[in-house]
Design a protein around this ligand. Structure first.
Ligand code: HEM
Length: 211
């Protein structure tokens, strides 16, 4: 007798031909971004600890670089990976029409309806190739936050050369707060994103990645 549950059997029966939701370039850029983000966050926390903006420090077990100088080296090295990877992602997302197809439109009514459906357990997971409105909002939102964290990072890295950019954020100190808040939003996004990814049943994931 098969050890599959009924729902897994149903999914297996429907699994051919497999529907590939994420093309290879999206997956490659996504995982490169994940590595770069983790390096940026952990080194950023070490930088923060040297001169905290708030009344707390991050545990040294979660930081990278050992001290301020080491952390800055990590931060500026991983920055290139993050920026080059991010620029390729933005260029391909726009050129292939993926952003338009996958993330738009985002309507307030759609977001409210899907939030309500999610909270009452009625959100449809039938077609995983289509994002619901909450997903669209979160994915589009984290892309915008990613752009803002890079711009605020550049403005605190080169506040003299990029003084107009720094001024746009309200000055060096304000840009530091913007940079930190963006980091917090990205970390919050990652926690939810990873939790939901782990909750998706393995059988459905196999369909998604076409295995
Ligand atoms: C091009 C991208 C980036 C550049 C140029 C950049 C640059 C910088 C610089 C120069 C600092 C030091 C600020 C200071 O001396 O007070 C800093 C701090 C920091 N960065 Fe970045 N950063 C970038 C991206 C990121 C990303 C993606 C994250 C995390 C997701 C991040 C997280 C942090 C954190 C948490 C701090 C410490 C905040 C503070 O105390 O000021 N950075 N960054």
């Amino acid at each position: 007798m098969s050890s599959l549950t009924v729902s897994e059997q149903e999914v297996s029966a429907n699994a051919t031909p497999a529907k590939i939701i994420q093309p290879a370039w999206v997956r490659a850029l996504h995982w490169t971004n994940a590595v770069a983000m983790v390096l940026m966050i952990m080194s950023g926390w070490q930088i923060y600890n040297a001169s905290p903006l708030f009344d707390f420090r991050f545990s040294s077990s979660l930081t990278l670089g050992g001290w301020l100088g080491g952390a800055l080296l990590w931060h500026f090295a991983a920055m290139w990976l993050l920026m080059v990877n991010g620029l390729i992602y933005l260029a391909l997302g726009l050129a292939t029409g993926r952003f338009r197809k996958k993330l738009l439109p985002i309507t307030p009514a759609g977001v409210i309806a899907d939030t309500r459906a999610a909270l009452t357990g009625k959100l449809s997971h039938e077609d995983l190739s289509k994002y619901n409105y909450v997903q669209k909002l979160l994915y589009a939102g984290v892309i915008v936050v990613g752009i803002v964290i890079v711009l605020s990072g550049l403005s605190i890295w080169k506040p003299v050369q990029l003084q107009y950019l720094t001024a746009l954020f309200g000055g060096y100190e304000a840009a530091r707060y913007v940079h930190f808040v963006c980091m917090a939003l990205i970390v919050a996004f990652m926690v939810v994103h990873i939790a939901l990814a782990l909750l998706v049943p393995k059988s459905l994931r196999a369909m998604i990645i076409g295995r």
